[in-house]
Write a protein that binds this ligand. Structure first.
Ligand code: PMV
Length: 313
């Protein structure tokens, strides 16, 4: 018996890092997906196959013994077969660039939780999200949970750690161009760097958090009114706050400049230090923005908001 699920990647439009400290963020899921296929096996083993590697281990090991980027899948499979007399084989197929701030690990956790637990009966989206966040915590303990939430429910949403998410029902009329620095980054270490900044600059950080909160509230109004120029300006403003907390670098700044000069606005998405930036575009400038990045030899693609979220089949 096989079970299959897919989940979208995501972009953090506003509020990464600050969201870890309780500030509201705005996220959307994108039309690039991870698909996970899970299958029960007779042998009490957990085997995982993906482009980034393989894992083939006996079940019932402590999660602390596992040293692999595929650890969240092991965690989920082991949890699912705890009271079962079987093993699990998992296949992962992803269109989302890895370690690039596009939610590839969260989409893996969400699609993984759904495919694996569906082997043993019906399971609600709420429960899938709960297990996905648990699995993500095996590689990144302090996750705000924002990424897994948007990968589960899709669309565009506001999210805060204490109150959870609220979908934004207006369907904004924009497209994103996502450009990859191809510099790998670790969310865990970028979040630690920001923690260090916060420790050393308490007052400044709390001032920035307030500014970020105000910016997010302004954007929520602008989205309703579909004011793309003004949303773009807020994106550029958010980028400035991210630069102050130290998550940008020369390469990202160069990319942001290209984006800001050719679109409505551009900023980093995710933890920074590498990974991707996005620009806000519509039909009037989409092709021109793509050309600018391509001419400068950056890997880039256009992306629409995914409104489906987790899909099981
Ligand atoms: O893993 P990334 O690069 O998509 O970044 C996650 C977003 C952070 O706000 C930096 C951390 C979090 O858990 O929200």
């Amino acid at each position: 018996m096989k079970s299959k699920a897919s989940a979208p990647g995501k972009v953090i439009l506003f509020g990464e890092h600050f969201v870890v400290y309780g500030v509201k963020a705005i996220l959307c899921s994108i039309d690039k997906r991870v698909t996970v296929t899970a299958e029960k096996t007779n042998e009490r083993k957990i085997s995982i196959n993906s482009k980034i590697g393989k894992l083939d281990l006996e079940a019932d090991k402590s999660i602390f013994e596992i040293n692999s980027p595929l650890k969240p899948f092991y965690y989920l499979a082991n949890k699912a077969i705890k009271n079962e007399n079987s093993g699990i084989h998992i296949e992962i197929d992803s269109e989302i660039p890895l370690g690039a701030g596009l939610g590839s690990s969260s989409a893996c956790c969400v699609a993984g939780a759904a495919a694996i637990f569906k082997l043993f009966g019906e399971i609600s989206k709420e429960k899938i999200l709960e297990y996905a966040i648990e699995a993500e915590r095996t590689i990144f303990e302090n996750t705000s949970g924002a990424d897994c939430t948007v990968c589960t429910y899709g669309g565009i949403m506001e999210y805060d750690k204490n109150n959870g998410f609220k979908k934004i029902e207006d369907e904004p009329n924009f497209q994103l161009v996502i450009a990859n620095s191809n510099i790998e980054h670790s969310t865990q270490s970028m979040v630690s760097n920001v923690k260090e900044f916060e420790n050393k600059n308490k007052e400044k950080f709390s001032e920035l958090s307030e500014l970020e909160s105000k910016l997010v509230e302004d954007v929520l109004k602008l989205v309703k009114e579909n004011k793309i120029d003004e949303i773009g300006e807020k994106i550029n403003q958010n980028q400035k706050y991210l630069e102050i907390i130290g998550i940008s670098n020369n390469e990202l700044t160069k990319m942001i400049k290209i984006g800001q000069e050719s679109s409505f606005g551009a900023k980093i998405t995710g933890s920074g230090g590498g990974g991707c930036i996005f620009t806000l575009t519509n039909e009037s400038n989409l092709q021109q923005v793509l050309k600018k990045f391509k001419d400068s030899n950056y890997e880039c693609f256009s992306s629409k908001i995914d409104f489906k979220g987790l899909n099981t089949f």
